[in-house]
Ligand binder design. Structure first.
Ligand SMILES: *Cc1c(COP(=O)(O)O)cnc(C)c1O
Length: 233
């Protein structure tokens, strides 16, 4: 078994145990393999180990790798999730090449993604990125601005608002990890009470996935625990 296949089976086992400990069904937690900075051969290894959903942060890197990966496994359906910061001049490429976008944090970006989503493709699944760490974090919408923005995003014709995403400020303090993820969970519940059909909490990375699953994560975004440590160019 390759190192990546071995890591994937460890991560899947952790998800199973964390879901069980939280009294949740393991099928309700999806593993998104974050392949940013890792090459096509690593992604292919993960696919051969059964992984189908991949997350990328950097548009050009993703656009370079995606066709090479798909060409090697032409019959396997893959799902590509964009999880990085979005510049408005990049929305057309994102709308044309991804199945999900987790990092929508402004109305303008949502409108462009909706307008630019190609006709032949299904609605683009999106999550609204929330800042659950206050001053400590620059990315994401403050909690109090989530509801009005979610209503607008949910109304856009070519998007399907699925839920919320957060990248809390890293902390070894477990209580603070719980608090950040619980805030996102409560925010999703608020949208549901408002009548929005949202079902997704994209939260938890290699270091804190157990806490995120305990607090209700439905997608965990895991990179280094699968592919190893990243070296940035
Ligand atoms: C890199 C990244 C991840 C994965 O982080 P790991 O610590 O490698 O698991 C998840 N989400 C986002 C938004 C990222 O940028």
């Amino acid at each position: 078994m390759s190192a990546i296949a071995q890591n994937l089976s460890v991560v899947c086992e952790r998800i199973k145990q964390d879901a069980h400990a939280a009294g949740r069904r393991v099928d309700d937690v999806m593993l998104l393999a974050v392949s940013k900075t890792f090459g096509v051969p690593d992604i292919i290894e993960a696919i051969h180990a059964g992984q189908r959903a991949f997350g990328e942060n950097y548009l050009q890197e993703a656009l370079d790798k995606m066709p090479l990966v798909q060409a090697q496994v032409p019959t396997i359906p893959l799902a590509w999730h964009f999880i990085g910061p979005i510049q408005s001049n990049k929305t057309r490429q994102i709308a044309g090449h991804f199945d999900w976008v987790h990092s929508v944090d402004r109305e303008k970006i949502g409108r462009r993604l909706s307008e630019q989503r190609p006709e032949g493709l299904p609605e683009l699944n999106i999550c609204l990125q929330v800042n659950v760490s206050g001053e400590a974090s620059k990315s994401g919408v403050p909690l109090e601005e989530v509801l009005p923005l979610a209503r607008v995003l949910a109304s856009l014709p070519r998007l399907r608002l699925r839920g919320l995403m957060a990248v809390p400020e890293p902390t070894p303090d477990r209580a603070r990890q719980h608090a950040a993820f619980a805030a996102l969970r409560e925010c999703l519940a608020l949208l549901q009470r408002d009548g929005l059909a949202v079902d997704t909490l994209s939260m938890g990375m290699s270091a804190d996935m157990d806490v995120a699953i305990a607090e209700g994560a439905t997608i965990v975004r895991i990179g280094s625990a699968i592919f190893g440590n990243r070296t940035y160019p």
